[in-house]
Write a protein that binds this ligand. Structure first.
Ligand SMILES: C[S@@+](CC[C@H](N)C(=O)[O-])C[C@H]1O[C@@H](n2cnc3c(N)ncnc32)[C@H](O)[C@@H]1O
Length: 252
């Protein structure tokens, strides 16, 4: 079943990157690449792309897609950056695609992100480019995903997504503006509005149909109430957010 209508977040991201980043003949590292959806887009323009992610299953998916697509300028490795042995001054461009916001190894996420940005600085060649793409749900909207998540977990995903995104931006800005490690190149903010195919699409996205079936009657009723309130006249469900793309350049 198709859940999303008219949204290709990674396509919008690459189109916005291309306004400011020249990938031609460049060696790129995609940190936290997941199943490689952004690595594949970048590989169409770059000389080579290495994608890394500690999630072994996601790396397997990326490798399977690579076989199908038969793209020779892409490589994937399972592991974190600390597990890898890339030398200093190796990459022209490093990308975090919805991943810097997720990376935290200790209970001090700001410091973890700043440490990672320092490591990235070392890995970049002189004048190398760092790109951070992140997603922010909008505060000004009665966000269905957030409400359902709250019902299920007691955690406000609306707030936690915002806080994670804010911390990663804050760390990048700190390294750029306070520590003078990078020069600011550009920021692009563009709307990412997810339209979900009615009730089933929404349940599948926010809970998963199988998991939904296992819930007790009262929770199901509450979830149905949330979904019914948010369904539009066309029978779609809308969740609003923005992608923020920040591009900075290494200063020696
Ligand atoms: C929201 S996903 C984004 C995946 C992919 N970049 C995309 O755009 O679809 C965040 C990814 O960060 C990865 N991640 C978490 N901790 C990490 C770490 N310490 N080093 C590298 N990647 C990490 C997760 O395994 C996950 O695949």
């Amino acid at each position: 079943m198709k859940n999303y209508i008219d949204v290709d977040e990674h396509n919008l991201a690459i189109q916005n990157m291309l306004k400011h980043v020249d990938f031609e003949d460049k060696q790129v590292l995609d940190i936290g690449c997941g199943d490689g959806r952004m690595s594949f887009k970048i590989a169409q323009y770059a000389k080579s792309v290495i994608g890394i992610d500690p999630d072994v299953e996601e790396i397997k998916l990326a490798e399977e897609s690579q076989k199908t697509e038969n793209m020779m300028n892409l490589k994937f490795h399972a592991g974190t950056l600390e597990d890898m042995d890339f030398g200093d001054n190796t990459f022209d461009i490093i990308v975090f695609s919805l991943s810097l916001c997720c990376i935290a190894n200790t209970d001090n996420p700001f410091r973890d992100k700043l440490e990672l940005i320092h490591d990235v600085w070392k890995l970049l060649k002189p004048s190398g480019i760092l790109v951070n793409q992140l997603y922010n749900m909008r505060f000004d909207f009665n966000n269905p995903g957030s409400m359902i998540w709250y019902l299920l977990s007691g955690e406000d995903i609306h707030l936690s997504t915002y806080v994670r995104a804010e911390r990663s931006t804050a760390a990048l800005k700190y390294a750029t503006l306070v520590e003078n490690k990078f020069k600011f190149i550009a920021e692009e903010v563009y709307p990412i509005d997810w339209y979900l195919n009615g009730r089933e699409g929404a349940i599948n996205e926010f809970v998963g149909l199988e998991e939904y079936e296992k819930l007790d009657g009262e929770t199901k009723l509450k979830i149905d109430e949330v979904i019914n309130k948010c369904i539009t006249k066309n029978g779609d469900l809308l969740e609003k957010g923005d992608d923020v793309l920040t591009i900075v350049q290494k200063i020696e």
